[in-house]
Design a protein around this ligand. Structure first.
Ligand code: COA
Length: 406
């Protein structure tokens, strides 16, 4: 019988399978928007932005970039480090607030581009807490034994939902993506515990109204006032909320893992504001240096900020085998979440060339597959229109699909 842990999944159980992080990657657009550049857009200045937020510059997606293209790049880099083939993936989760479509999911677009034909794919919406939520979902699927390998991506193009006349928000956010590969193993370690929380009473403190919004359907709605698909925020309230929940939720996740704050070597928080990070350090009674902080170069990239910061912490040699680290996300919802990970790192060391070549071939094959399948559908429609009763191509495609399933 499953033993319950105050209604939460028994994720501190000491038997496997465990969900280990074996790959990581990040991608940010080349275009840099500095605080000085912003001075030409809204009434602000570099000194104000740096003192209140710690941000110096952020990345902005080019016209051919999207949440899916940035997420794909980060994913390919993570697969490289993990040295696995896309075919080995069972699940792809993308945490994002800026998907290309309401549906299909950005995860499905990335699944197709990768050629991960055996993976389920979905997007997860928990704003800036999204990556930690997604990591928890994937880790629990591995812990339950239902899947072996998962790709978790946080990807955003926040620049597309900003109101560039609102100096209270447009100075804060940037674009980018980060990804982790999780793999099942019987060795102890990996994702140890997680705490997910939400308080929807604060829904309007940080929000982006979309087509289904109640406000957009009332007859007196004024589309200009509503600012459909644009972000609005009550900065002071969000600040208070964030400084309250970070310490609290990391402490809860540590308790569930049977650890204390002194056991941690690094905390990777959502990168929202330098002053929020300083306040969180005070509430946990640790040095601010214990927190990974790269907000000066990327601003707030929402669901992407934690995996990007994690990648840079790894590149900077700040995480070693056996380290206990905590990740903490918080934001719109209101939603917040913390996870404790015991780091075991990539098991494969140097990337094997054969794996690299096979991955490149899979990406190439995925491109051709997409074109052929889409052309096949079009031809099928034409054929059906001419000979509705015959539907020969339909039958052929059905046979082909059946063979693939067998
Ligand atoms: N440049 C210059 N002045 C600005 C400004 C800007 N970009 N944005 C606001 N101001 C002004 C305000 O108009 C106000 O002027 P006033 O006193 O004449 O009215 C003054 O600065 C103070 O504004 P306030 O909103 O009280 O500033 P603040 O100290 O709360 O800082 C934030 C604003 C947004 C930086 C801060 O509230 C914050 O970081 N909140 C959390 C936001 C966040 O992290 N959101 C994402 C969570 S996932």
């Amino acid at each position: 019988m499953v033993k319950h842990n105050n209604g939460r999944l028994p994720n501190t159980q000491d038997n496997g399978p465990y969900a280990h992080v074996v790959g990581w990657g990040m991608a940010v657009p080349d275009r840099i928007l500095t605080n000085q550049d912003l001075e030409a857009i809204v009434e602000t200045n570099d000194e104000w932005i740096q003192t209140r937020t710690g941000i110096r510059e952020r990345r902005i997606a080019g016209e051919h970039e999207s949440t899916a293209t940035l997420g794909l790049k980060a994913a390919q880099r993570a697969l490289e480090v993990a040295n696995i083939l896309p075919l080995e993936l069972d699940l792809i989760v993308v945490a994002t607030s800026t998907p290309e479509h309401i549906f299909p999911s950005t995860a499905s677009l990335i699944q197709d581009r990768l050629g991960a034909t055996k993976a389920g794919a979905f997007d997860l919406s928990a704003a800036c807490a999204g990556f930690v939520y997604a990591l928890n979902m994937a880790a629990q699927s591995i812990r339950s034994g239902s899947i072996q390998t998962a790709l978790v991506i946080g990807a955003e193009t926040m620049s597309r939902v900003l109101d560039w006349q609102d100096r209270g928000t447009c100075i804060l956010f940037g674009d980018g993506a980060g990804a982790l590969v999780l793999k099942a193993s019987d060795e102890t370690g990996g994702v140890r515990s997680s705490v997910l929380r939400s308080d929807g009473s604060g829904w309007d403190l940080l929000t982006i109204p979309s087509v289904g919004s109640r406000d957009s359907n009332v007859p007196e709605a004024n589309p200009d006032e509503l600012k459909m698909y644009k972000m609005t925020m009550n900065g002071r309230e969000v600040f208070k909320f964030a400084t309250r929940v970070i310490g609290e939720s990391i402490t809860q996740a540590l308790e569930m893992a049977g650890l204390q704050v002194d056991d941690l070597t690094l905390i990777v928080p959502h990168q929202a504001n330098n002053r929020i990070i300083q306040a969180a350090a005070r509430s946990l009674n640790v040095e601010p240096a214990m927190f990974m902080n790269n907000i000066d170069r990327y601003g707030n990239t929402s669901a992407a900020s934690i995996p990007i910061a994690l990648c840079e912490a790894l590149e900077g040699g700040r995480i070693h085998e056996g380290d206990h680290i905590a990740l903490c996300g918080f934001g719109g919802g209101l939603a917040w979440a913390s996870i404790v990970v015991t780091w075991t790192g990539a098991e494969t060391g140097e990337p094997r060339t054969l794996g690299k070549q096979r991955r490149q071939l899979t990406y190439l094959g995925a491109n051709w597959r997409r074109r052929i399948v889409r052309w096949g559908r079009r031809l099928d429609n034409v054929a059906n229109r001419i000979h509705p009763e015959r539907g020969k191509l339909s039958r052929l495609r059905h046979k082909f699909d059946q063979q693939k399933l067998d």
